[in-house]
Write a protein that binds this ligand. Sequence first.
Ligand code: PLP
Length: 276
Amino acid sequence: MALFDTHQLHVDMKRDDLLHPIISGNKWRKLKYLFHDAEQKRCKTVVSMGGNWSNHLHALAFTAKELGFKSTGYIRAHPKQELTPALKDCQDWGMQLLFTSRGDYAQLRENTNWNRFHDQCKESYWISEGGFSELAVQGVMEIAQEVDKRYDYVFCGVGSGATLAGLTKVFPDSQVIGVAAFKGAEYLKKILNQYLKSHTNWHLETGYHCGGFAKVNSQLLVLAQEFETYHGFAIDKQYNAKVLMALQDYVSKGLIEKGSSVLWLNTGGLQGERTQ
Ligand SMILES: Cc1ncc(COP(=O)(O)O)c(C=O)c1O
């Protein structure tokens, strides 16, 4: 892109969106060891939670079907609403959809001690919203095996923070910038600080959510369209276009030194934009 050339930046995109047609982006990275663990614990059902367009539930339902697990998804939505294409797929792949009120969903989200559920319900394997866990981070860290260059900066989108955490741990010589896709992500800083302890090479950028999760603005739409026209493939607007917006802004504001090298992890997510 012209802006990057003017600032003599070297920007590479790692296309994890191409990992698999359905379990794409960071999804397989995050789910791989969780499914291993579920298998070892002899659980028959995997349980998780998400919204109407959840990439996480979509990948989880498909993986569960492929690996012979049952799956259950708690959905933050009204039971009488029409199913989104993402939820239709989940249902077609055998996921039991349990619709929950905002209040109940918030309570489920607070229950970060998932081991309690494992103990109570031995057959079910609980995976938190977005999959944040040590095992998910371990999967994300495997990205480094496919990257043979050193980068000054690594950029990625942020939901639960697992991807940012994994990249921070595995690229200690890079500054890792996670761009929050939703409003009010500041609370994640405390969680990540506690989790990442001595690792300080990360920053959670909360200023590019464009109004919140599943929200876009005209600037974001233009940016995503320009990207697609120039490069010949689309990026999702929920996570990756927001990363691009942040990256461009950082460059324009001189927050990234001339001549730097940048790795942008494309985490997929286009399924969430389907209208049918
Ligand atoms: C397409 C996409 N990119 C990025 C993320 C953010 O990943 P994480 O939850 O690890 O922060 C998500 C959410 O899981 C996602 O669906």
